[in-house]
Design a protein around this ligand. Structure first.
Ligand code: KIV
Length: 276
């Protein structure tokens, strides 16, 4: 549980989009992490995380794909429903996977409805600005809350051709600012800004009234998100500058498994107390 001294919102029993807006108004930073399964989501929720993102990064860290593009709507619903079963307090946001909302707003709405109905998630997240506005409008018209995602949007990685920091040039920075305004005016409840200059993220956060969550966007945003497997040190190969590792779980897991193998081979396990 979160200590009341650390958060003014420690006694909130369920985080909603309204609570996030209050957090922005009261200058309380929003703590968000990804999760994709019941057991991890339960631990995060018990620790007091504000928002759990069922990210399409599941495509990388759960399924082993090299990008977020292959994960399907059914797979995202499976991950999201596992997370929802575990969570009591956190707001659960589910990523709409690549190909389920770009280009056809009717299909976007039916994909979003499937996520909400079949997983029980609280909201969806979509990547992009002006180019997906028709889908955003249609999903919002059904009463489904949307978080936007701008900057380094991983579903567009083949267009970018590189994972370098985005919006360093004036033209791309201006488009990002315009897109943030478009998403806010459409009625989105928040926006993720990924891997952009800290100054630009600070400007967007000051101009936009809805909460801005950063990943690789510096400290002057309304909250932070990291991929759980990266911050716990389960993934090893991914080491961007913005990543803070809180643990080296890959070493600990491998150490435990090595000890188990040794115990089984030497018949140290099970001992007299571990049998019937
Ligand atoms: O899929 C994901 O994990 C995300 C975060 C990186 C924001 O979109």
């Amino acid at each position: 549980m979160i200590q009341p001294g650390i958060s003014k919102f420690a006694n909130v029993t369920k985080v909603t989009t309204h609570v996030l807006q209050e957090m922005k108004l009261k200058n309380e930073k929003i703590a968000m992490l990804t999760a994709y399964d019941y057991s991890m989501a339960r631990l995060l929720d018990k620790a007091g995380i504000d928002v759990i993102l069922v990210g399409d990064s599941a495509s990388n860290v759960m399924a082993g794909h090299s990008s977020t593009l292959p994960i399907t709507l059914n797979e995202m619903i499976y991950h999201a429903s596992s997370v929802v079963r575990a969570v009591k307090r956190a707001l659960v946001i589910t990523d709409m996977p690549f190909g389920t909302y770009q280009g056809n707003s009717k299909e976007a709405l039916s994909s979003a409805i499937r996520i909400m109905k079949e997983s029980g998630a609280d909201a969806v997240k979509l990547e992009g600005g002006r180019e997906i506005l028709e889908s955003v409008d249609r999903i919002l018209s059904a009463g489904i809350p949307i978080m936007g995602h701008l900057g380094l949007t991983p579903q567009s990685i083949h267009k970018f051709g590189t994972y370098v920091v985005r919006a360093t040039e004036e033209k791309e920075a201006q488009k990002l600012i315009d897109d943030a305004h478009i998403l806010e005016e459409a009625g989105c409840f928040g926006i993720v800004l990924e891997k952009i200059p800290a100054k630009l993220a600070a400007r967007v956060t000051a101009e936009i009234k809805i909460p801005i969550i950063g990943i690789g966007a510096g400290p002057d945003v309304d909250g932070q998100v990291l991929v759980l497997h990266d911050m716990l040190g389960i993934t090893q190969e991914f080491s961007p500058r913005f990543l803070r590792r809180y643990h080296n779980l890959s070493e600990e897991i491998q150490g435990s498994v090595t000890a188990y193998i040794k115990d089984v081979k030497s018949v140290d396990f099970p001992n007299e107390r571990e049998q019937y």
